[in-house]
Design a binder for this molecule. Structure first.
Ligand code: HH2
Length: 309
């Protein structure tokens, strides 16, 4: 971690698209949260810990808080710098979970994890009351796949000083894969995320604490997902670090001729490496060791190129 934060945040939405300025690049190598800031000059891995019965690739594995915290410790040992705890599946077609049930799933895990490990914890939720309960139990970051759609969420984040992930999604998990259409997927996603950044800023959330995420698989066709990873430079113009979550998702299975979710780790690593080369800084993944190894090599090669160029 590096002390202090740099810069003030996003380019204005009125700014013409163009090169990312040197100042903006400075803004994109740090991400503040409740207990410090991440140094994003190196790839940062967010390990996925789903405490749900029905998540698409690991549902039902970590319902017992002791087992969940063991899994968190293993991911930290493998290279995770954040553990992301989720109590509601947002897979395509998922039915919303009652907020009280979501709180009952996540809070004991956040509390136990916080008592055992130093690693920053994010809470993956769309609901302000779940975020508040998790922050009270010791979480540091709110990962909101609906980008502040709950009207009370922005205040919870602003008041707590939590870090925030603003993810792009069209519609809801129940409907998002019903024929998603964009004029230009990269520009449309960037513009829509830009307006959510403005909402965050208007609510008093310091932009140094916010990162943006194109929402791989959330209201996107397989080719939209590929194009978004290929064109992350368009998203980078928002001036905030980019988080990428391709982990084990269906577009990878399709590319591999129908490989099941548990056999998509190398494909996930490939997507993360290209994402890193294209400007993503934080990677939300299940297969931490595989992705960490791939990013370690990619980063070493990229750094060598920069030094000898
Ligand atoms: N993807 C999922 C959940 N949360 N958060 C961010 N910021 N970015 C993502 O791409 C993202 C996310 C879906 O994956 P998973 O948690 O493994 O599945 P499920 O929603 O079925 O629990």
């Amino acid at each position: 971690m590096i002390p202090g934060l740099v810069g003030t945040g996003a380019q204005s939405l009125a700014d013409p698209p163009g090169e990312v300025s040197a100042k903006t690049v400075g803004d994109m190598v740090s991400w503040g949260h409740r207990r410090g800031a991440f140094d994003l000059r190196r790839p940062l891995i967010m390990g996925v810990l789903n405490v749900t019965p029905d998540s698409f690739s690991d549902g039902g594995h970590y319902l017992d808080p002791e087992i969940a915290v063991e899994r968190a410790a293993a991911m930290v040992a493998e290279g995770a710098g954040i553990v992301d705890i989720g109590g509601e599946s947002t897979r395509p077609g998922a039915v919303p979970v009652d907020p009280a049930e979501e709180v009952a799933r996540v809070v004991p895990v956040v509390r136990l994890l916080r008592s055992r490990l130093e690693v920053p914890v994010s809470i993956d939720t769309r609901r302000a009351e779940v975020a508040r309960a998790a922050l009270d139990a010791g979480a540091d970051i709110v990962n909101d796949v609906s980008a502040l759609r709950d009207p009370a969420m922005a205040r919870v984040v602003a008041e707590s000083g939590a870090g925030l992930v603003l993810m792009h999604m069209r519609g809801t998990p129940a409907t998002m894969q019903d024929d998603p259409v964009y004029d230009d997927v990269a520009s449309d996603v960037a513009r829509e995320l830009g307006s959510r950044l403005a909402v965050a800023q208007a609510a008093g959330i310091a932009l140094e604490r916010v990162v943006v995420d194109p929402g791989i698989g959330f209201g996107k066709t397989y080719s939209h997902n590929l194009e978004l990873i290929a064109r992350l430079d368009v998203l980078a113009r928002l001036g905030r670090p980019i988080l990428l979550g391709p982990s084990r998702k269906a577009f990878l299975g399709a590319l591999l001729g129908g490989a099941p979710a548990a056999e998509r780790a190398v494909a996930t690593a490939a997507a993360c490496v290209v994402g890193w080369l294209n400007g993503a800084r934080i990677f939300r993944v299940h297969d931490v060791r595989t992705v960490w190894e791939a990013l370690r090599v990619a980063d070493a090669i990229r750094t060598a190129t920069v030094q000898t160029a």
